[in-house]
Design a protein around this ligand. Structure first.
Ligand code: SLL
Length: 157
């Protein structure tokens, strides 16, 4: 498909994780031996933001090799997330796959899991009180000279 010359289209989304000390609702109780944390790693739209599944069709999360089936693939409509229990932090390798008509290769991101409270005293105190850690960041993807078909998909959201 022909490309739209001189055009870049950017989209925003979140990559992050939540984490809880176990036991916690939604996670196995009792947890597997030695597993102290429950966590969810995710690729999400911004709160109240537009749907990302128009352009994002598949996400592969590659976990630490200590996990059985370390490679987890989630197809649209998602949600693009993986929940697990464990004891340690590690970098999750994330591959984003786009709509077929985009002709775009998969894009790689890494998210280092945060399982322990972080930040200023008051923030750490709140994370402990609520037994909830959120570590996420705004991500941007730029499609340079998208195909005409993909341009149509992106701009008809
Ligand atoms: C390290 N950062 O490099 C640590 C590794 C390992 C994570 C963290 C349990 C996996 C399972 C788990 O939390 N693995 O038992 O399924 O040593």
């Amino acid at each position: 498909s022909k490309r739209v010359k001189g055009t870049q289209i950017r989209r925003h989304f979140l990559i992050g994780n939540t984490a809880h000390v176990l036991p916690h609702p939604g996670f196995p109780d009792p947890p597997p031996d030695g597993h102290t944390k429950g966590w969810t790693v995710y690729v999400r739209p911004l709160p109240n933001g537009p749907d990302i599944t128009t352009w994002l069709k598949k996400v592969q999360f590659k976990l630490h090799h200590t996990y059985a089936d370390a490679s987890r693939t989630i197809e649209a409509p998602g949600p693009f997330e993986v929940s697990e229990t464990g004891y340690g932090e590690f970098g999750v390798e994330i591959r984003l796959y786009f709509a077929q008509e985009s002709g775009e290769k998969a894009v790689y991101r890494e998210h280092y899991l945060v399982l322990a409270p972080y930040g200023p005293d008051d923030q750490r105190a709140r994370q402990e009180r609520e037994n909830k850690i959120v570590a996420e960041r705004l991500e941007t993807i730029e499609f340079n000279e998208p195909t005409q078909e993909f341009f149509k998909t992106l701009t008809s959201e």
